[in-house]
Unconditional design. Structure first.
Length: 232
């Protein structure tokens, strides 16, 4: 009888111990859930900080500020950037050789005006074009890069102009040629008409979907119209 009582007492103790451990396990599960949630939050924050799209937007904004304030380099030079600024010739950019100490001249070499690219532009100001359009667009129809001079991409393009004024309205397509300079991050389209007005569009090296356009007199390079282009 005594032995039976001892066995029963032991079993009761085991049951109580299991109940106690069960409560402990529940607490541990709750703590693990909280820790997992916090860890996921940290991972999300890290992902956001290294998200390529966020980084690209930040660099794009930085480059727009630099263009407004100046980067210390000439118009035919490229600013390598970083904490140790350096200017190199624009024609040395994207030639397959690292000329910047930090190698930045070979980092952003994707062509934003590849064959088939289309950009639509909203005219901001215009004091020189004969049609005074609200919308100017361009389509890249052909691209050529020479092995011996690959820092420039030569292009064929169509400039499309739609205009609607009190005296006349319509649209016109003007075939032209030009080039994209990787060092200046600039597209230049040669004058398609006898008025000798050329079109340039400056990218920032990070956002390939927009550029700041200007129409200039070919002889003086005086700016007489400004346009904001976005990829169509």
């Amino acid at each position: 009888m005594m032995r039976l009582l001892v066995v029963v007492a032991f079993l009761v103790a085991v049951v109580i111990a299991e109940e106690d451990h069960s409560a402990d396990f529940e607490k541990i599960d709750e703590r693990l859930d909280r820790l997992t949630s916090r860890l996921q939050g940290l991972v999300d924050n890290i992902d956001n900080r290294v998200d390529p799209e966020r980084i690209r937007r930040a660099h794009s904004l930085e480059q727009r500020v630099v263009r407004l304030e100046g980067d210390g380099c000439g118009d035919r030079e490229f600013q390598c950037g970083s904490d140790n600024p350096q200017c190199v010739g624009a024609l040395l950019v994207c030639d397959g050789v690292k000329d910047c100490r930090n190698g930045h001249d070979e980092e952003n070499c994707e062509l934003p005006t590849a064959s088939g690219a289309s950009f639509e532009g909203h005219v901001i100001s215009d004091s020189c074009t004969k049609r005074r359009p609200d919308i100017i667009s361009f389509d890249i129809t052909k691209v050529r890069r020479d092995n011996y001079f690959n820092t420039v991409a030569f292009v064929n393009a169509n400039i499309r102009i739609s205009y609607d004024g009190p005296q006349r309205s319509g649209s016109v397509v003007l075939p032209t040629t030009g080039y994209y300079n990787f060092g200046q991050q600039r597209l230049v389209l040669n004058p398609p008409e006898s008025d000798r007005l050329l079109l340039t569009c400056d990218f920032d090296g990070y956002n390939l979907n927009r550029c700041n356009g200007e129409i200039k007199h070919e002889a003086s390079l005086e700016v007489c119209a400004t346009i904001l282009f976005t990829r169509a």
